[in-house]
Structure formats: structure tokens, C-alpha cells
Design a protein around this ligand. Sequence first.
Ligand code: ADP
Length: 437
Amino acid sequence: MHPVWLKTLLQHGALIVACVAVAALYDQAFYGFVAALAILLAWHIYHLFLLEQWLRTDEAGPLPSGDGPWSQVLARIRALQVRAKESRRAWVGLVKEVRASTKAFPDGGVVLNEDLEIIRGNKAARRLLGLKKKRDRGTRIDNLIRHPEFVQYLKDGSQKSSVEIPAPGNNDTWLSCRVIPYGMGQRLLLVRDISQSVRLARTRRDFAANASHELRSPLTVISGYLDAMTEDDQMPATWHGPLTDMRAQAERMGRLVQDLLQLAKLESSESCSRARAVSVEQIVATAQREVLATVQRARRFETQIESNAEILGEATELQSIVTNLISNAVRYSPDDSVVEVSWRTNENGGWLTVRDEGIGINADDLPRLTERFYRTDAARARQESGTGLGLAIVKHALRRHNAELEVTSEVGEGSEFVCQFPPDRIAAGANVVQLAG
Ligand code: ADP
């Protein structure tokens, strides 16, 4: 037991004994005992009253003084008070530091609650998104950023890792927005200024488009002269071989220019309209005919159109996707092999698959297939006359249809290219676009 408590017990006992002894002189020992208890009770109530007053009025003020056990209790309260002050000071310091560091962030950060309402944002977020500290607190983020892609991104539960949109009210600034869920349903919106890389990509795209455009006219002239020279009977026989080679190269260059222009066009715009429904059966039939005519090789096609649902999008772009995939399947597989094309749909979307029994693709090459001019060593060895742009075109055309390309392959066994279309790009019946060919 702490000595204070021992002393208190002794003091209380001594007081009671003294009171009882004095009262006993008058033959009133019991009243003496009651009087002693009343004195002690009054003394404790007085100290409790002082403590309650102190707690009620100002906890930061000086503590009331107390004797005996009260000095012990008050000393403990004082120690707790000091400790609480210290930890509050530490927390305030930490919060200040966090605030200062988030202020210095070049990227924006906005804390959203489970209803997507703004709780707070840092300085960069206010600058990039044009938020106002007091005005926008508690406002839903999609009431302030109304870009359809951002709204869709929020709706999809952030399936994509990020979305790129122009800054609200400033089309010259491009932002990459990413939403990260945390805690109990809260979300953190991270915003990065990507204007510079968007401008660079635009410059590169414009350069490719302009250069290809400028190459078209001289190429037409060269091809014209080459055609005329080939048909000229007076041309010495020694020129026949070189002329054939020159015409083949001019044709290849023509295809390159055409593919580069197509790619630049696909890259320059985001998703395409859903206004028209395109029949998959038709585009597959047209692609098979076109490929057999241009590649001039016999192949056995197996076509399984399991659904009559159509794709909502651009007929020419969808045609280009299927033609490129079937052309690759034919060019990178042996003559006696089968090329399978299938189309199926369900409530989760549509799947267009092109499968071949060809040379296959190394696992290391798979992630790079859709890069411009990327060709595998096996493809180069076959000396196929491709431009190396076909799958880049497929990727961009699919992106404009909010679709994805998935490739699986085994070297020497064959490859499977699957185009996955989301459910909102699939339509049953209505407005089938008639394609030429
Ligand atoms: P290319 O004009 O060279 O065919 P693509 O962009 O269409 O260009 O294809 C890029 C590369 O991907 C090809 O060069 C080839 O190496 C590989 N590839 C594409 N499709 C297939 C396939 N079905 N089988 C094997 N390799 C393929």
C-alpha cells in the first residue's frame, strides 16, 4: 500500500477515536462516532466539489490543491493531463507535416467518402480540377468532373487502372485520374497532369500522319512510271527482274503508307459511336474472301457463328480488325492447316476468336505484338510481306469499341486471338450494315 493511503487510514482512525473519546466523556460515544464520520464526509465532498468545478470550467487551468489522498489523486490527474498535452502536440505536429507534404505534391489528391462526396483535397487537386475548398466540400465528384469517360470509370468500379481526360474547363490540360479504394468504403482520387506526354504523342501522331500523307503523291507517280515501264515492250529483258522487284516494293510502301494513315486516324479519336449495328457474319465472310484474294493461298476456314447478335460500332474498323487477324492466321500457318473463326455472345459481352494451327508465338513476344513494326524472329524468317502495323491497327480499332485483345499461343502449335466486346457494344438484330464485297 502507498504510504499516503496508510497515513490517510491512520488519520481517519485517529479522528474517529478522538471524537468518540471526547463524546464518551459526556456518555455520548455513538454521537461522537457519527460526528467523526460527518466531518470526514464533508471533507471529501468539499474536495470532490473542487475537482468537479475544475473539470467543468477549464481543464487546462491549474488543478485545485488537496491534502492526503486527494493530493495523490490530483497528482495522477496532472500526470495524465501533461501526457495528453504532449501527445496532442505530437499529433498536431504530424498532421501539420502531412498537410505540408501533401501541399508540396505536384499531383492532386482528393479524399472521397463512400458516396463519392469530397471530404478534402490538396492544393494541386484544387489547381488541376478547379475545386474550391469550402464551396465543393460535400459535393459529389461526378458533379464537378462530368467527362463521360470519368463518369463511366467511376461506375465501372475502377476496373481500368486509370482514365485520361481533359481538365474541367481547360481542354489544353490533360489529366490522368486514378481512384484507389481504402478504409471503410472511402476512395482516394489521384490526379496527374499528363499534358506534356499527350502533346508529345499528338505531335508524333501528326508527324506520322503528315509524313504518310506527303509520301502518297510521289509514290503514286513512281508506281505509275513503274507500271508503264513494265508494260513497255521495248524495255530490255535485263530490266524485267528489277522492275518486278521495284513494283513489289512500291506496293509494299503503298500498304505501309495506307496502314500508317489508318493508324493515325484511329489514334486521333476516342470511342466510336454505337449508332450502327454491324453483322459479324458478314464481316467474317468479307474478310475471308479478301484475304484469300490478296494472300493468294488456299486455306480451310471453319466458321462458327453461334450468335446473331451484332456489334455496335464502325463497320470499316470492325472489318479491318477481322481482316487483319484472318490475314495473319493465314500468313503465319502452313498451307494444309485450318483457320477457325468463331463468334459467341452472352450477357457479359461478345467474343470474336480467330484460331490457327500455325507457327505460334514465343511467350516473350506476346506483350509486344501490338507495338508498331514489331515482328517476331519466326515471322521475319518466313519473309512475309506484312507491314508490322496490322495488330497495332487491331488494338486501336478495338479500343475505340471499348474492346480488348487477348492472345494465347504455343510455338509450333498455333495461336488464338480473342476480341472481347463489352455488353453495351452488343445488339441483337436491328440496322444491319451491308458491307461491300
Ligand atoms: P505483320 O504485318 O508483320 O503481320 P502484325 O502487326 O499483323 O504485322 O503482326 C505483328 C507480328 O505478330 C507479326 O510480324 C508476327 O510476328 C506476329 N503474329 C501476328 N499474328 C500471328 C499469328 N497468327 N501467328 C504467329 N505470329 C503472328
